[in-house]
Every structure is written in structure tokens, then in C-alpha cells.
Design a protein around this ligand. Structure first.
Ligand SMILES: [Fe+2]
Length: 487
């Protein structure tokens, strides 16, 4: 039997431009700004379904909140990929789980001078005040903040030849730099740590680390001194890119390997420590911070036993609902900077994903609260169906759920101005949580607004249609410096 959530995996037929939406409940008067979200909007090319949830053509969503009212827009990113699909009825570039038609010669020349997709569907960032759609290639796409109209692909022209970059860049509030990591593929590949000023597209390499078989990465952790990669046994053989198969199928899980952390010193760019841990796979880092007195670094992640979760998110499997989606666990690692052992601790068994913190206040710092999507049923199958607030101090959690409802990533928006870093612990959850969810009972998407402290509902906004399950986004308050509510 078809699972109830398949409407969240279907293509969108209409674009809406700043449509006022009915609000039930009361939106706090201080909440004024714009939530941009990104994710797939179309899952077919010439009536053929793409293979993976991550392959869908990017569609931006814009939620404008002001004076207790909400208007919503959605618009496909008119990327080169999107226009090619519309014109030619086929992909121009390989996507995560679907190949584009190409010859072996294309692939050979592509390895030397790779052409990468600009189907930027993962998240949103900014260059100055211009929003950009971003993905796991360096090809970001600028769009208009009001109309969502596509403007241009960002050309970096900075001499960095990175072919993979992570979909979760960090922001350093002290230096006002965007910090990210990427991979330069080659006979010997290199993990590259780089940064750019918030108002510039010019990136600067901070450091690198060479490897023979690079792993697949989606995010990384940041402390004041370190950038932290978790390298899993899901490894690439560069030569396998010559074969006609999707990007992610060039990676395979090596049972003989452990996972290891790579701690990049953010000043020198050098990798100063590579502690090994039991094999696991991570999409999302939650937070990381240093404990100088103990001479160690704490790294919190959502950990999976292995990389099977990637295959479980293929559209076939999600639509059939016959096989479970593996659940992620909230896990803490304490990594020694000098001598001493590694401590691994399960903080919460989950299933959880899409972790979120009060980023402005506690990223790179010791913290108390995190929000996530979770599963509230007795059996962890299907998609995540509840929202969670987890208290690391009391080791307890609060759940919001309703039958037939499938929430997306919870976005925490602090009530306090973003210009106040390091607020006290008591203020950490003072704000709201925004989540776009699929309500299968009314067959449409809803913007839910929860109180960040009590986790009770403040308001819900009926959207004009179903927006497919998306990935990530950013909240930009109106009256403050732009960066940023989340990694
Ligand atoms: Fe992500």
C-alpha cells in the first residue's frame, strides 16, 4: 500500500508569488523577516522519474513574516540544469543519484575539467545581501530576495579548483567569514578548508589534507580553533567516475575501514589530529566546542550505523514505503587534543535528523538545547513524523506531533537580536521554531510556528499547495546584520 506521505514526493505544478496565507493562532509581533527554504520541486525529466530525493530540480520557497501576517512564494531555480531539462528533455549533468546521457569521452574530459551541475537545491546562503542557492558543487546561483527570480550563477574566479563543497557552510561571527570545506578530486584527492568574506565570492584556501580515497561528506563541525570533518568508510575510487553510473554510486562502504575525525587547525590549516572511531556515517554535525581544561574537543553528530540511509532515500524506496529508513542517533564524541582516550556517548537514540541549535548564540560553544525532526511511532519506519526539542542538561525531550503530519527541518529563530553572541543559558531557547510540514489530512503544506521554550504551538499557516519535502534554508531577520540562523 502506498504510504500516506507520497504527496511530499510529487512535482509542483504551480508557482505562487507573495500569496497572503491564512494564519491560525498568533504570530509573535517581534517575528519579522524572511525564511528562505530550498529543496526539490520536480522529480521527473521527460516523464522519467529521477532516482533519488536529492536529485529533484531546485525550487525555492519564501515565507515573508511581518506584523503577524505571512505571504508565501515558490519558484523553480532557472538554473542551467533546469533550462536544459526543459529544452532538451534530459539532464545536462549528473545528479546525486541519476546520470546524464554522456559518452566515455565526456567522462574522461570531465575528469580533467569537470562540468558540475548548478541544480542548487540544498540550502540558501548570501553574498553580501544577495541570496544564493547552494548545493554540493561550487556552482551557487543568485536569486532575487523579493521575487525569487533567478539572476546568475556565481563565478568564483579565485583559483580554487574544488569540485565538491559542503552544503552546510559555517559562519564565523568574530571574523565575519563564511567557512566551508570542499574536495579537490584527482589521482590524489585533497580535502580543502576555505573561507570567504561574507560580502565576497572570492574564496581563500586555509589548508588541505591529501587522501587516496576521499569519503563522501555533507557537513562539518566548527569550534573556535578547529574545523572538524568526520570521514566515514564510504569512499570514492576516482577511476570509478569513468563508469556510467550516478555520482553517489561511485562510493562504496569499505568494511575494513574505521571512521576518523580530521581536526584542521583554522589558523595554520594543518590537520593536527586524526582520531579513529568505530565505523559510522554522518550527514549532519550538530555542534562542536572545545573544553580547554580537559584538553579535548566535543563533537555532536547525528550518526547512522552505515551509509544504507542514502539508498533508503531513493524515490522508489520512499514511495513504496516497504523498507524502513534507518534512524539517526544523537551521538557525542570527546576527542583528546593531547593524550587520552576517545569517549563515545549516545545522547539520544533517536531516530532524529535535521538538527538545529540557536546558531548565533551557541555554535562553537557549550550548549543546552537542540531541535530536530524525529519519529514518534514505536517502529522507526517511514519518514520522520514529529518535531523534538532535546535538553542536553536534563537528558529529556519534548515532542510535537499530530497524526498524518510529516515535518521538515525545524528552524530556530531567536527573539534576542543576533548582534548579541554568547547569551546566557537561560535565554538559549527564547525564540520560535519554524517548520514546513506536510499535513496529509488536508493534502497541503503548513508553516508551523512553535514556542522555542515550551515547544507548544503558537500559530499555523495554511499554504496554497503541497511543497515537496525540502532540505534546508535560512531565516533573515529584517533589522539586523544578515548572518545567520543556522549552518
Ligand atoms: Fe543537510
Amino acid at each position: 500500500m502506498e504510504p500516506p506521505y507520497t504527496a511530499g514526493l510529487e512535482s509542483v505544478g504551480r508557482e505562487f508569488d507573495r500569496v497572503e496565507c491564512p494564519v491560525e493562532g498568533t504570530i509573535p509581533s517581534w517575528l519579522s523577516g524572511t525564511l528562505f527554504r530550498n529543496g526539490p520541486g520536480r522529480f521527473e525529466v521527460d516523464d522519467q522519474s529521477l532516482n533519488h530525493w536529492f536529485d529533484g530540480l531546485a525550487m525555492l520557497r519564501r515565507f515573508r513574516i511581518e506584523d503577524g501576517t505571512v505571504s508565501v512564494s515558490n519558484r523553480f531555480l532557472r538554473s542551467e540544469e533546469y533550462e536544459h531539462v526543459r529544452r532538451e528533455g534530459e539532464l545536462k549533468h549528473d545528479q546525486f543519484g541519476t546520470t546524464a546521457p554522456s559518452s566515455v569521452w565526456d567522462r574522461l574530459t570531465g575528469l580533467m575539467n569537470p562540468e558540475l551541475t548548478d541544480n542548487a537545491s540544498i540550502s540558501v546562503d548570501r553574498i553580501g545581501t544577495d541570496p544564493i542557492a547552494i548545493t554540493e558543487t561550487p556552482r551557487a546561483v543568485k536569486f532575487d530576495a523579493k521575487t525569487l527570480e533567478t539572476e546568475e550563477t556565481v563565478e568564483h574566479n579565485d583559483g580554487l579548483s574544488i569540485t565538491g563543497s559542503l552544503g552546510h557552510p559555517h559562519y564565523d561571527f568574530g571574523t565575519e567569514m563564511v567557512v566551508n570545506m570542499g574536495i579537490e578530486f584527482g589521482r590524489t584527492s585533497e580535502y580543502v578548508l576555505f573561507e570567504r568574506p561574507t560580502d565576497s565570492h572570492i574564496r581563500r584556501k586555509v589548508g588541505g589534507f591529501e587522501v587516496d580515497r576521499p569519503a563522501y561528506f555533507h557537513s562539518f563541525g566548527l569550534t573556535e580553533r578547529y574545523a572538524i570533518l568526520m570521514e566515514s568508510p564510504l569512499r570514492l575510487s576516482p577511476r570509478s567516475l569513468l563508469r556510467d553510473r550516478p555520482f553517489i554510486e561511485n562510493y562504496s562502504w569499505d568494511d575494513d575501514l574505521a571512521s576518523r575525525f580530521l581536526l584542521f587547525d583554522r589558523q595554520s590549516g594543518e590537520v593536527v589530529s586524526t582520531p579513529r572511531v568505530d565505523p559510522c556515517f554522518v550527514f549532519h554535525h550538530v555542534n562542536a566546542f572545545e573544553e580547554p581544561a580537559e584538553s579535548r574537543v566535543v563533537v555532536d553528530v547525528i550518526a547512522f550505523e552505515d551509509s544504507d540511509v542514502i539508498q533508503s532515500l531513493s524515490l522508489d524506496r520512499l514511495r513504496s514505503g516497504e523498507e524502513p529508513v534507518p534512524g539517526g542517533e544523537l551521538r557525542r564524541y570527546r576527542l583528546p587534543l593531547k593524550d587520552g582516550g576517545i569517549a563515545e556517548q549516545s545522547l539520544f537514540p533517536g531516530p532524529v535528523e535535521f538538527p538545529m541549535i540557536n546558531y548565533r548564540a551557541v555554535n562553537t560553544r557549550s550548549y543546552r538545547y537542540l531541535y530536530a525532526a524525529g519519529h514518534s511511532g514505536s517502529v522507526a519506519t517511514g519518514l520522520l513524523n514529529c518535531l523534538l526539542k532535546y535538553d542536553l542538561e536534563t537528558e529529556s525531550h519534548t515532542v510535537w506531533s499530530e497524526p498524518g503530519v510529516y515535518p521538515g527541518e525545524p528552524v530556530f529563530v531567536a527573539r534576542r537580536p543576533a548582534s548579541e553572541p554568547g547569551i546566557g543559558e537561560t535565554d538559549e531557547d527564547d525564540g520560535v521554531v519554524l517548520s514546513v510540514l506536510l499535513d496529509t489530512r488536508v493534502d497541503r503544506s503548513v508553516l508551523l510556528i512553535l514556542d522555542g521554550s515550551s515547544f507548544s504551538e503558537l500559530a499555523r499557516v495554511q499554504l496554497p499547495t503541497v511543497f515537496p519535502f525540502g532540505f534546508h534554508g535560512q531565516w533573515y531577520p529584517d533589522d539586523e546584520r544578515p548572518h545567520r540562523t543556522m549552518p
